[in-house]
Write a protein that binds this ligand. Structure first.
Ligand code: TYD
Ligand code: MG
Length: 454
């Protein structure tokens, strides 16, 4: 009897018993593909019975030395990796096409090669000559990185097996194909099989393997989420169209903290690291503009100041708009509801636009108070003091909750020349020199303090 086919979402990898237009698991449209059944597995008999090999069991208390790491010497990259590259680790670097993944990895390969690792860069998308031209443009023409342009996984693995490099970069996993799998390159089956083979190789041979994965909108090729669970570390390279800077974000890391970010700027000579992101994110700031508030945030282990911008205008339609870039729209709805219910400040009939300047995404609840400040400032058309930072979490009762790392946030504000901070009353900290703290207990008190009403 033929084995039943399964259907797999190219976006999230969920399996379904039948085809449908929309994936129930992730909600994506037109991403479900047929997957060939796996070849017949082991016999149906029980696997026990003594024919396998005995495993060497270890005590939980066995001392394990921390993995030796190699630093690229690019602080923004090394920090996101958790302090450098770990041998035998498997990494995935995902991102939109054209965002700069190949550029980043070529630069990283050159740095790691200079740090003494043997590196092989396999491009399945560009000819070797193109990669070399890019390397020259990046001033890396002489870096000891070896190249190959190939998509046949068997040939790639044979080569890697012979060369045993310390680091292999596969750009991209979606172009690779294995002759063991009867499916088109880029299909879920192929991408999974290629990732599986490469990750297994990394563990077996001690080579660190970096897989590049394009994020797809159309579902024609499998997205990187299909392989996220197979690798040790998942990094996403993000940026907004029309902005020069790029953020490398760790979303999973078995060898370091997740949520860490590295900031880069795309220039004519490749990516340049940005070691003081606050200064960059605030560089275009117009002080004394109503509708803006500077948030003292924490990204990973590092404080970062960013500007929230809001526009509040009478809505020409019955259904008022709520448009958000860089912040959670559900959280915006909650803050608007709290302002209405607890402070009697209505937003009905008003269009609300909220934006984080510079294209960075903020996900901390600590930004609640900065969002509220920007909204109020826009609605009242009153600018906040230009030298003030704002942070604090808002609860549904309208009370302000203290947030973590208050001291680091204040220090960063001080470093960038801010002299006031609005924050929750219950935060127990000493103000750094030159920063005066305006501590408030709840949102109503904040409105009174800043806008003389409430
Ligand atoms: P690329 O690394 O090819 O993106 P990806 O691998 O994620 O698809 O980068 C593509 C873009 O970066 C391209 O639009 C040109 C730009 N770029 C620069 O601005 N400066 C540079 O030095 C390089 C190499 C690329
Ligand atoms: Mg590329």
């Amino acid at each position: 009897m033929a084995k039943p086919l399964t259907f797999v979402c190219a976006e999230c990898g969920a399996t379904h018993p039948r085809w449908s237009g929309r994936c129930d698991a992730c909600g994506a449209w037109n991403t479900i593909q047929e997957e060939a059944p796996l070849s017949a597995g082991p016999t149906k008999k029980s696997l026990g019975g003594g024919r396998g090999q005995t495993l060497a069991l270890m005590d939980l208390a066995t001392e394990e030395a921390p993995p030796p790491r190699t630093r690229a010497g690019l602080e923004e990259l090394d920090r996101v990796l958790g302090g450098g590259l770990v041998p035998a680790s498997a990494l995935l670097v995902g991102g939109d096409p054209g965002i700069g993944k190949s550029t980043l990895l070529l630069q990283a390969a050159a740095r790691f090669a200079e740090a003494g690792l043997s590196c092989i860069y396999v491009s399945g998308e560009e000819a070797s000559a193109q990669v070399r031209m890019r390397a020259q443009r990046l001033g890396l023409g002489k870096a000891p990185v070896r190249l190959a342009a190939e998509t046949n996984l068997r040939d790639i693995l044979t080569t890697l097996d012979r060369e045993r490099p310390d680091l292999a970069i596969i750009d991209s996993v979606q172009t690779m194909w294995s002759d063991n799998v009867e499916a088109a390159p880029g299909s879920v089956s192929q991408v999974r099989a290629a990732a599986h083979e490469l990750v297994t190789f990394a563990k077996r041979r001690g080579t660190a393997v970096i897989l590049v994965g394009h994020v797809t909108k159309e579902g024609q090729i499998a997205g990187p989420r299909v392989v996220e669970h197979m690798v040790d570390t998942v990094l996403y390279f993000e940026g907004e169209r029309g902005h020069q800077f790029r953020i490398l974000r760790a979303v999973k890391n078995r060898f370091g903290p997740a949520d860490e970010i590295g900031v880069f700027e795309m220039t004519g000579e490749g990516l340049r690291q940005v070691t003081n992101p606050s200064a960059l994110f605030l560089s275009d700031r117009e002080t004394r503009a109503p509708g803006t508030a500077v948030f003292a945030g924490i990204e990973g282990t590092r404080p970062v100041l960013v500007e929230f911008q809001a526009l509040v205008a009478p809505s020409p339609t019955a259904q008022a708009r709520r448009t958000v870039v860089g912040w959670d729209s559900g959280r915006l709805a909650m803050i608007l509801a709290v302002l209405e219910a607890r402070c009697s400040i209505p937003f009905a009939g008003l269009d609300v636009y909220l934006n984080v300047a510079g294209g960075i995404r903020v996900s901390e609840p600590a930004a609640d108070l900065a969002v509220a400040a920007a909204l109020l400032s826009a609605r009242e058309d009153v600018a906040l003091p230009p030298d003030m930072v704002v942070f604090g979490e808002i609860s549904l009762t309208g009370a302000l909750r203290p947030v973590g790392q208050t001291e680091n946030r204040l220090k960063e504000a001080q470093k960038l020349g801010f002299s006031q901070a609005a924050l929750p009353e219950r935060s127990k900290v000493k103000a750094p020199d030159g920063v005066s703290m305006r501590q408030v207990s709840d949102l109503t008190a904040f409105v009174g303090e800043m806008f003389g009403a409430g």
